[in-house]
Structures are given as structure tokens and as C-alpha cells.
Design a protein around this ligand. Structure first.
Ligand code: PEP
Ligand code: MN
Length: 354
């Protein structure tokens, strides 16, 4: 941490800052410039926070140097993590070595629709099935999802296809039932800063897919991941799904640079959702190619056997030839980025929070 004194700060102001820092066991290194004095603090940053340095006489500004997040930071965890999803006999890795393709309907509507969408996903090479049983809808009049019935449908389709399932949980009270039936819990964009929900999924014992809030900075997103990790669950996968900008031609603007930025500061895997970013099916394939090229660890896309009849997000759901083009991209491009076939990987020990 660095304290920047104001140009008119007195020697006494500087001494009082140094004394306050040393009183909590920290060290303070004073450097006098021509105009300003700066004080470098070394020690426990959290204890410095309680000192209220910013409000002291002669203090102009206080800057933090280290990341505000710890467990998800790369500072003390240089190697990027792999999160394994699914039961012991069918585990799928999401991480830096392979590329994970997740596909499925936006919402679970019926057993038939979910099975058909899952078969489309399998046919295209997906190894995880997505599908919402609890839908976070902007309108309270829109289809809210089938709830527990939807979870049971997903579990049945997992039985038939063998694909582990990732599904959203929107309310902390539903975490136990969703964790019982799903392989991975999704926290959606609208709930990224629902701290009670983050803590609940942190205690669920299941891997978490944490979508970026549509107006969240990367730092806020990583702090949300820290909430999950702080409850003992480091099996968190980040998902960039577009942010709100002034550009109206897409539903959100896919922040492709968020992938390498997050990878530089956090060890967590990161995937991209081009469907919810664009809101248009014609952009899903090009954005998926971009995600692979930028170094994402996977993509998650919406597919539907009959998008025109979809109860949620039909315009962005892929079928037929679009899916063939996507299947080709996720087969051919990841090897060029140094990604290996996931079936060649074996599970390493789980990362346990320090
Ligand atoms: C979803 O994946 O179904 C979804 C609602 O996405 P997001 O939270 O990114 O809008
Ligand atoms: Mn959707």
C-alpha cells in the first residue's frame, strides 16, 4: 500500500502516519520528493484498512498495490486451475489444458425438448449440458422455469446421454435441491452480486459457474468469486457473457479482452457465453471462434430443437447448419491454441483454500 501525502503536508503529518502504521506491526518507508512525500507500507494490508489513513491530516491518497481478492488471485497461485465437473466416472475438466464445449437449451421446457436439445449438443461434440430450471427473467410475467420438475427432467436426460449438467440457481433457498440434482451450479449475471447466494453456493459442495454481472467490472466479478471461495469452494469457473454498452446491435457487448485480463489476475478457469452476449444466433459461431483464439477455456451456447417455439431466448438458439459450423470450430481450433483432448487428462487433487 502506498500513502501519497499532500504538497502541504508537514513533517508532523508524516510522522503521525508512520506511527499509526507501526502501531499495528507494519513498516513505513518514507520517500521525500521535490513536491510530495510518499510512504510505502509493508505488512498486513487488512490491518492498514482499519487505520483510516485516508482521513488523516496531510494524506492526499492511499493506493492499494496487491489484489483485493486472495483465494482466487494468481499472486499466490501461479498455475491456472482446472475444475472437474460431474460424477467420478464421467468427470469433465474445465481449465487451461483442454477446451470445454457446453451446450443445451436456455430453459428446460419439457422432457422431449430437453432430450432433443441434449442430443443436438452430443452430436456437436459437447461434453456438458446446460439448461435452466429456474430462470431469472426480466419480466415477472415471462416463463420462470419449471423449478424442481425441470431439475428432474435434466437428471433424466443426464441418465440417457451421460452428460453432466450445469443449471442456474437464483435463490439461496433452492441451493440444496439444485446441488442434489445438478453437477454444477450456475450463478447468473443478474445475481453476480447476490452475496447471500454466492455464500450458499460456496457451501454447496458443487462446482460453480459464475457469470459476469452485465455491469460489473472484472475486479467486482473476481470479488464475487472470492465470496464463493471464502466459503471453502475453489471450484469456480468464470463466464464472460457480455456487458452493457451503448451499442444496440447486440444484446450485450462481448468483452473478449476480459478473458486474458481475468487470466492474468486469477487462476480460475474462464469460459465465454456468446449466445447471451450477442442475443443473435448469427454471431454465435464467430464469437466462439474469437473465444477460442483469445484463450478461453470453453464456450457455453444455447441450442433448441425448435427455436421459434422456445419459451426463452429463441433468437439466439442454434440449430442445424449453425451447429455444424460450431462443432467444426470447437474441434479444429483449440488444438491450434495448444489445447489437448480432454479425455487424455486425469484429475489432479482438488485445490483446497489456504
Ligand atoms: C442463462 O445462461 O440462461 C442466463 C440467464 O444467462 P445470463 O445470466 O448470462 O443472462
Ligand atoms: Mn437465456
Amino acid at each position: 500500500m502506498v500513502v501519497v501525502m499532500t504538497p502541504d503536508a508537514t513533517e508532523e503529518d508524516v510522522s503521525r502516519v508512520v506511527e499509526r502504521v507501526e502501531a499495528v506491526g507494519g513498516e513505513a518507508f518514507v520517500s521525500k520528493g521535490v513536491v510530495r512525500t510518499i510512504i510505502g507500507l509493508v505488512g498486513d494490508v487488512d490491518s492498514f484498512h482499519h487505520l483510516n489513513l485516508r482521513s488523516m491530516a496531510g494524506v492526499g491518497d492511499v493506493h492499494r498495490i496487491s489484489d483485493p481478492y486472495k483465494l482466487v488471485s494468481r499472486q499466490h497461485h501461479a498455475n491456472r486451475s482446472t475444475v472437474w465437473v460431474g460424477a467420478a466416472d464421467s468427470q469433465v475438466p474445465i481449465g487451461p489444458d483442454s477446451f470445454t464445449f457446453i451446450a443445451g437449451p436456455c430453459a428446460v421446457e419439457s422432457p422431449q425438448q430437453t432430450l432433443e436439445a441434449a442430443e443436438m449438443a452430443v452430436g456437436a461434440g459437447a461434453t456438458l449440458l446446460r439448461g435452466g430450471a429456474y430462470k431469472p427473467r426480466t419480466s415477472p410475467y415471462a416463463f420462470q422455469g419449471l423449478g424442481v420438475k425441470g431439475l428432474e427432467i435434466l437428471a433424466g436426460v443426464r441418465e440417457t446421454t451421460g452428460l453432466p449438467i450445469v443449471t442456474e440457481v437464483v435463490d439461496a433457498r433452492d441451493v440444496p435441491v439444485v446441488a442434489e440434482l445438478a453437477d454444477m451450479l450456475q450463478v447468473g449475471s443478474r445475481n453476480m452480486a447476490n452475496f447471500g447466494l454466492l455464500q450458499a453456493v460456496g457451501e454447496s459442495g458443487k462446482p460453480v459457474l459464475l457469470k459476469r454481472g452485465m455491469t460489473a467490472t472484472i475486479e467486482e466479478w473476481l470479488m464475487a468469486a472470492e465470496y464463493v471461495a471464502q466459503r471453502g469452494n475453489l471450484d469456480v469457473v468464470l463466464c464472460e457473457r457480455g456487458i452493457r454498452t451503448f451499442e444496440p446491435s447486440t444484446r450485450n457487448t462481448l468483452d473478449i479482452s476480459a478473458v486474458p485480463v481475468a487470466q492474468a489476475t486469477s487462476h480460475l478457469p474462464i469460459i465465454v457465453d456468446p449466445s447471451h452476449a450477442a442475443g443473435r444466433k448469427d454471431l454465435v459461431v464467430p464469437l466462439s471462434r474469437a473465444a477460442i483464439a483469445v484463450g478461453a477455456d470453453g464456450v457455453i451456447v444455447d441450442v433448441h430443437p425448435d427455436p421459434e417455439a422456445a419459451l426463452c431466448d429463441g433468437p439466439q438458439a442454434l440449430l442445424g447448419s449453425d451447429l455444424r459450423a460450431l462443432a467444426q470450430a470447437v474441434r479444429q481450433l483449440p488444438p491450434a491454441m495448444g489445447r489437448v483432448d480432454a479425455s487424455t487428462l486425469t484429475r489432479r487433487d482438488k485445490v483446497v483454500p489456504a
